[in-house]
Design a protein around this ligand. Structure first.
Ligand code: COS
Length: 380
């Protein structure tokens, strides 16, 4: 067993780190404060090739695989979790859906534009009545000649107000629960597509989360992704990969918390010595660092399995479970180490604390990750 990254992976990590620290850190503060989409950051990510991480080179992508993507996502999220969310959803849920389940024509039509950043991709599964119970969705697709007509409202859609393409899951058989759902690729410019209310969120304020109204959207048969009524498996299998992305986000936030805490503990003095000299602070740093590494090992194992073409659902859920806990633990302790200062916007740990919270909620709650893990052992 070899725990080291290859030279290419180290170079990728370094390039992503320098880019994120130089370009994203200050923009993250403004996007959070003003609650505006991190458009410039995403555009610069496109120039770096980070919008094509899940797209094969043959279609203009950088084809970094799950491990390469994780290395990049950790660095982006360390600097700006709103950018990290956008890049993760675009790659692991939108691009990957077409790269894995699209036919040749769909791949040729969409992948180059997604990889270059000409199109930003989103993913629409959740609804008012179906969050954790994704299989109960009611958004409807009705056949009309060769076309499908989509009607319904989707909820919690990351960057649904600024995207160009969305992978939408809709019901095509009212009586078949998870076996009656189909995946469609739709373009936001099409008639009947409208983004609605933008949520006012605790964190990730540079990543708009919106309602999506589909009002008679006409979708040609050519935009059905995979087979009719086989969409639920596609949704779940994409989420297996997406969860590696969110685990990487958790690691990025947790690492940012650790680094900020080490810096502050070295600078701030109380009782005549730096905070770092106190056992109570050392105990927190040790816990934070160990949890970051545990999350990294689990996440990179899941990514390695995915890249090897092996089943990785259980491992992705374990990675997300642990990494999201590491992020929330790290953020809580980082604020604590910073004391009153950490409770102000003068220090970034206040934002990390708010951004971390959702990692235990979206792309499957902590409870759902435990359910997936337990089921994989118990086959219950
Ligand atoms: N990959 C491929 N197929 C999968 C799968 C996976 N990871 N997980 C389940 N499936 C398939 C099953 O094999 C089954 O297929 P068949 O119909 O051929 O038997 C089908 O999907 C239904 O599976 P299951 O019975 O397990 O579905 P449930 O309704 O019990 O739901 C959970 C399973 C709870 C795990 C699922 O609904 C889930 O992940 N919920 C959370 C959704 C989520 O993360 N939402 C966030 C959206 S993005 S913010």
């Amino acid at each position: 067993m070899d725990f080291s990254l290859s030279e290419d992976q180290q170079m990728l990590q370094q390039a992503a780190r320098e880019f994120a620290q130089n370009e994203l850190v200050d923009r993250a503060v403004v996007a959070d404060r003003d609650e505006v989409f991190v458009a410039d950051s995403v555009r610069m990510c496109a120039e770096m090739g980070f919008l094509g991480m899940a797209v094969p080179e043959a279609h203009g992508g950088s084809e970094l695989g799950a491990l390469g993507s994780s290395l990049v996502l950790i660095e982006l999220n360390k600097a700006c979790a709103s950018t990290g969310t956008t890049i993760s959803v675009h790659n692991s849920l939108a691009c990957e859906s077409i790269a894995r389940f699209g036919n040749d024509e769909q791949q040729a039509r969409y992948l180059p534009r997604l990889a270059s950043g000409e199109m930003l991709g989103a993913y629409a599964l959740s609804e008012a009545g179906s969050g954790s119970d994704a299989g109960s969705l009611v958004c409807k697709a009705t056949q009309d000649g060769e076309d499908w007509i989509l009607d319904g409202t989707k909820l919690w859609i990351s960057h649904g107000s600024v995207c160009d393409l969305v992978v939408v899951f809709a019901r095509t058989d009212a009586d078949a629960r998870t076996r009656g759902i189909t995946a469609f690729v739709i373009e936001s410019a099409w008639d009947g597509y409208k983004s609605g209310k933008q949520e006012l969120k605790m964190g990730l304020r540079g990543s708009p989360t919106v309602e999506l109204h589909l009002d008679g959207v006409r979708v040609p048969a050519a935009n059905v992704l995979g087979e009719v009524n086989k969409g639920f498996g596609i949704a779940m299998s994409l989420l297996d990969g997406g969860r590696i992305g969110i685990a990487s986000q958790g690691i990025g936030i947790a690492e940012a918390c650790l680094e900020a805490s080490i810096k502050y503990a070295g600078e701030r003095e109380q009782f005549g010595k730096p905070l770092a000299a106190f056992g109570a602070i050392q105990e927190k740093i040790a816990e934070m660092a160990t949890r970051v590494d545990a999350a990294k090992l689990l996440t990179w194992r899941a990514a390695w399995l995915k890249d090897a073409g092996e089943p990785h659902g259980r491992e992705a859920s374990m990675a997300k479970l642990e990494a999201s806990r590491a992020a929330n633990y790290g953020a809580k302790e980082a604020v604590q180490i910073h004391g009153g200062a950490g409770y102000t916007r003068d220090f970034p740990v206040e934002r990390y604390f708010r951004d971390a919270r959702v990692t235990e909620i979206y792309e499957g709650t902590t409870e759902i990750q435990k359910l997936v893990i337990a089921r994989s052992y118990l086959r219950a």
